[in-house]
Design a protein around this ligand. Structure first.
Ligand code: FAD
Ligand code: UDP
Length: 381
């Protein structure tokens, strides 16, 4: 049997497209992944101690898009979760994003919101045009807070100085003058109640979707007949790096299990300065799991390894534009996702991008695309 679509990558972008194309458009799908599991970087599982962990680092779902939330709600129940992060700075654990309590705690002050705004204004070094990740922070809170909370973290995470990175990187983290210590303020902040992998299992549970794991695109492309391709792997790899390699930042994850129920006051502690790792995550805060033991993961940034982060800076965007022109001119192959379009996208943005691509390739009005299709009772739990 020939497939209508060969979908490369069973992460958010590939799985959403598989689901929509099979369920709504009646297409026959072959969904492949080179890894031994579905769910891409959002994959979660139970470790040897029985603690639920995210294999590729902490994944916290947050979105302002009702459409994305409603769409994914067909495949999971949710657990409300507000993400909180502390930064280890000068021997203290202080709230990050920087807020009123961060500044008061750091300097032993008792300023009001009004005072701290004046404090930021006095410390800020205004730049005419905010272009880099250094500009964003120094322009808002000044050099001292920038150096304590952002400069070294960013140098570790990206292997380059914030002044070499686009503004969008550190602009992901707001600065507040109130006491709100949530990492995100999105309308929907939830975690899939039984985990991401379970949500993906339900999403792709359809007779028209065949799944092949441990399989690369190169291995299968000439072996199995298919009409079109949806490619969610790195776009430069697809084109054999013909214009040179697009830089991606990678991570090494080190897991550690403790024989005690809890080791951190919040899910994530950031280590901007002294440590070789950037952050430590304790998963039970995210999952709500009750267990006598607990597992944390340390993230060590590195250049080599799985491509996790596109690196947003002008020369990389220019190089990507060359690949994009080639991608646009390649009939029958659609590129999507964080690696396929070289965009520093969150899970909800990738989901929205996949729904948009579905609308484009099937010629359906955008509004109809995510409309809830009743899911058979057997895939609910
Ligand atoms: P992926 O999930 O990377 O899926 C692509 C898949 O394609 C992979 O499984 C890969 O194995 C497969 N593949 C690639 N090439 C080939 C090939 N040649 N043949 C076969 N298979 C191939 N987002 C949030 O919203 N909240 C968070 O808290 C968050 N935390 C993150 C933390 C970390 C450490 C990282 C790295 C990312 C985080 N993200 C977070 C981003 C999130 O992981 C991505 O938005 C999302 O996973 C992207 O989905 P995708 O389908 O585009 O790519
Ligand atoms: N960042 C930082 N210090 C922090 C938190 C973030 O310097 O305590 C910078 C860093 O460059 C990071 C970026 O802000 O890569 C975006 O942070 P976010 O938490 O969104 O990163 P992600 O979860 O995508 O790794």
């Amino acid at each position: 049997m020939a497939f209508d679509y060969l979908i490369v990558g069973a992460g958010f972008s590939g799985s959403v497209l598989a689901e929509r194309l099979a369920r709504v458009a009646g297409k026959r799908i072959l969904l492949i992944d080179k890894r031994p599991h579905i769910a891409g970087n959002a994959y979660d599982h139970f470790d040897e101690a029985g603690v639920q962990v995210h294999k590729y680092g902490p994944h916290i779902f947050h979105t302002n898009s009702k459409e994305v939330f409603d769409y994914l709600s067909q495949f999971t129940e949710w657990r409300p979760y507000q993400h909180r992060v502390k930064a280890s700075v000068d021997g203290q654990l202080l709230p990050i994003p920087i807020n009123l309590d961060t500044v008061n705690g750091l300097y032993g002050l008792s300023m009001s919101s009004y005072d701290v705004e004046s404090f930021f204004n006095a410390a800020a070094e205004r730049v005419e045009q905010v272009k880099t990740s250094e500009d964003v922070i120094v322009n808002r809170v000044g050099r001292e807070l920038y150096e304590k909370f952002f400069r070294n973290y960013t140098r570790k995470q990206w292997g380059m100085d914030p002044s070499e990175l686009d503004a969008q990187v550190t602009a992901r983290v707001p600065v507040r003058t109130n006491r709100d210590d949530r990492y995100f303020t999105d309308t929907y902040q939830v975690m899939p109640r039984r985990g991401y992998t379970r949500m993906f299992e339900r999403m792709i549970d359809h007779p028209n979707i065949k799944v092949l794991l441990n399989t690369t695109y190169a291995e299968i492309v000439d072996e199995i007949a298919h009409a079109e391709v949806i490619y969610t792997g790195p776009v430069d790899e697809y084109f054999d790096y013909c214009y040179g390699k697009l830089p991606y930042r990678s991570l090494r994850f080190e897991f550690e299990t403790f024989d005690t129920p809890q080791v951190q006051p919040v899910a994530v502690i950031n280590y901007p300065n002294e440590q070789p790792y950037t952050r430590v995550t304790e998963f039970k805060h995210l999952t709500g799991q009750v267990h006598a033991k607990t597992t944390v993961v340390y993230e060590y940034p590195q250049a080599e390894g799985d491509p996790y982060y596109p690196v947003p800076r002008p020369e990389n965007t220019a190089l990507y534009q060359q690949y994009k022109a080639l991608a646009d001119a390649t009939a029958g192959v659609h590129f999507v996702g964080r690696l396929g379009t070289y965009k520093y996208y969150n899970m909800d943005q990738v989901t929205a991008q996949a729904l948009t691509l579905f609308a484009r390739i099937t010629g359906r009005p955008r509004a109809e695309i995510s409309a809830a299709v009743p899911v058979p009772a057997t895939v609910r739990s």
